[in-house]
Design a binder for this molecule. Structure first.
Ligand code: ZN
Length: 325
């Protein structure tokens, strides 16, 4: 799990450790989406609460408790998680949890329970939990994490101290820029908007986009190598081809030209495609690649201006540019 220190939007000291250990609420409802890094932050708090030798704002990372947590089996840390295949967290799980807590409570310095997503506790499970929250043991800490805290029963909410976790939005875009240095600010912002401002969801979207950019270049290469039909590839991509794909394609062809002219790979953007570039350079002449690259730049330019009436046809022509040259 990522250390929340890598998420600069939490730099706010308040978020990084909102309470002193002595003032930590026995039941804390963290209102936040997991795609804000709330789970990672919760684990940071959990290790702090369980640490045998905590520093001012974090666990020591060295003690027995810290090692147990790192190894993924701490006898005083309990998770109540909804399995993917389940609709809710059920009463049996809560009963088992309470039994485990009471069996071991007397020997422990502290026990921590993470419930996620807390809004998936069904009604019976929430009721079973109420009693433990009403009569808190001073060594037991409950962390309930939910992106939809208002959908928890009011009785449960009233037993918890709510902590609303927010990202400092000004920190999010620079973080994405550092993760995706090749992307324009516009496309990063676009991903962030699609992800409702949630940085980890935006990161996932951008990674998927990157993957699709790779797949697109793979398909172009296979057309050039005569392994796939240009018409089929055009048909497959026409509806999902973004400007970024076209730009990547144009850059790939630029790499081909560079390599053909210089026979050197140091300046290539697509270093990882060097073998394919070598094969393609052997297959067609410089003139053929120049024509091909020009068509793709034209297509990209038309797309940017929104002036291309029949994009599919132009795409086919560009992919077919090498044939009959
Ligand atoms: Zn420690």
């Amino acid at each position: 799990m990522q250390d929340p220190k890598h998420y600069p939007w939490f730099e706010d000291e308040q978020a990084y450790l909102p309470f002193d250990r002595s003032a930590w609420p026995p039941a804390l409802l963290i209102a936040a989406d997991a795609d804000l890094g709330a789970l990672e932050l919760s684990h940071h708090w959990i290790s702090f609460l369980l640490c045998e030798d905590p520093k001012l704002k974090e666990a020591c990372g060295l003690c027995r408790s810290c090692h147990w947590l790192q190894a993924g089996h701490h006898p005083d840390f309990f998770e109540l998680l909804k399995a993917d295949e389940d609709k809710s967290i059920k009463i049996d799980a809560v009963r088992n949890l309470i039994a485990s807590l009471s069996q071991t409570a007397h020997e422990r310095r502290a026990q921590v329970v993470l419930i996620y997503p807390a809004d998936s506790l069904n009604e019976a499970a929430a009721n079973a939990l109420l009693k433990s929250l009403e009569e808190p043991n001073d060594r037991v800490y409950f962390l309930l994490l939910s992106a939809y805290p208002l959908s928890l029963p009011a009785t449960l909410r009233s037993r918890c101290q709510t902590y609303l976790l927010r990202a400092k939005q000004a920190q999010v875009l620079p973080w994405l820029q550092s993760r995706f240095p090749d992307k324009s600010e516009h496309s990063l912002q676009q991903a962030l908007n699609l992800a409702r401002g949630l940085p980890l969801a935006a990161e996932r979207l951008l990674r998927a986009e990157n993957n699709s950019a790779d797949l697109w270049i793979d398909d172009c290469i296979s057309v050039y190598l005569g392994q796939q039909s240009a018409l089929i590839v055009a048909e497959k991509w026409v509806s999902r081809l973004q400007n970024e794909h076209l730009k990547g394609w144009a850059y790939f062809l630029q790499d081909l030209l560079r390599y053909q002219l210089s026979n050197r790979s140091v300046f290539l953007i697509y270093q990882d495609r060097l073998e394919a570039i070598k094969a393609l350079v052997r297959r067609y002449s410089l003139d053929q690649w120049l024509i091909c690259a020009q068509k793709v730049w034209d297509l990209y330019g038309q797309r940017l201006q929104g002036s291309n009436l029949n994009f599919q046809l132009s795409l086919e022509c560009s992919l077919l540019a090498l044939e009959g040259v």
